[in-house]
Design a protein around this ligand. Sequence first.
Ligand code: SF4
Length: 481
Amino acid sequence: MSDKGRTFGRGGAGAVFGSKNLIAVAVSPDKSTKVSVSDEEEMDIKNKSGSVYKAKVKLDVGKFTRKEQHYGSLASMGSLGLAGMVNNFDQLIHNNMIDTNHELSDIQKVDGEALRNHADIAQDGEDVIEVKKDTCYNCSITCKRKTTIKNSKGEVVDAGEGPEFETVALLGVNLSIYDLPLIARANYMANRYGMDTITLGSTIAAFVELYTIVKDSNSDLSEGEKLFLNDFGDFDKKYGEPRFGNKDYLLSIIDMVGKGNGIGKYLAQGSYRFCERYGHPELSMTVKKQELPAYDPRASYSQALCYEMSNRGGCHLEGGYTAALSYCAGYAEWPGNRIEGTPLISKNATLKGTAIDIIGVCVYSSFAISLDEYAPIINAVTGDNLNSGSLLKFAHRTISLERLFNIRCGKTENDDWLPDRFYEIPTLVEGEETLCSRDVFSKMHKEYYNALGWNEKGVPEDTTLENLGMKEYMNREYKTK
Ligand code: SF4
């Protein structure tokens, strides 16, 4: 699914389209048709007692969502404004998520300030990014960025949308690449091929780590490693060595993945299948075979739990977005290393995030607008009588149904775990060596399941299904798999 520079590449929608020989579904509304709403007055943004006006007031004061002149970070720097904060709290991924240790001076080359002021900070002879603010339809937050890259002669090298925070994290700093114009070009290329930059970047990071292991090995190579070298061919001679910190190879490998050429054919399968082919599945930074985004789980246990529990795999949106609770949630702030109470924080974030997805609004709006404000807006459109509790119940039904679907596809509680390195290799968080403890997370899993009315294997209980109005799913064969 694509909206010019924005392509929905995660979660397999493209694969589903492909399996059905479906190229596109175009939505083209008839502009002469007026969408009827149940309560025009409630929807009138000038009506100070109406719910739309109240929601707009919250957007206008929210730390992330307010206007640029009031230092709203999304409006002034786009989503890349998150990079500095995420790095300050040692959450920012590095070198295929082996640690979170960056030099501040490197991050300052690729953060929101760097993008906003790139024309002023670019060195002589370097490409310059010119930035224009943009927005999705009717959104006051205005976090989108249209960018144009020009060379030192002022000639346009390339242009497109982005780069967003996740793209800079996965196609940049997770590869130890701190070159904003190069990351922007990699982003445009991925957009043109319709590839998700999180999955693409994470798969390239696994490729780089595997190459480093194989090339630096002093022992006999395994059959899988020999196969890797065979598939790799003379890539390094043509395009440069794929090592962390080297950037020569980046555009070439993206082009090969997009076209399915050379080793790009195997990278195009995603990091899990790629790493499994060569006998190194532990290098794939995935949950349920989907690549993790930019926040390191060791620095935020609530985010770690959300990644684990997400029904579609490693995802900060579907499973709950809590990393930012460590530093920008006002009275709702929640320390990244806290254990007691974390399963409930994660469960609540999962339900809220799912409700926001069901409503179909951007997650950034939910930094300011709560479900209590969204429910009356929906009522004003549809004539329903919903409240925030109804929306949370819809979300509970949704994730329970997804869970039953996953169970039917053979997933078990054993799939609700992060890659091994997060339990085995510590990283420095606020000066302390930190990792996720398997014992602690095992207890948190049970508390999370219990809070949703699922049994200790993560299967929705009959009473839960009955309470959610899903009796028809009780006593089916997949419940016992
Ligand atoms: S809808 Fe979301 S992504 Fe689009 S401009 Fe608004 S805040 Fe940004």
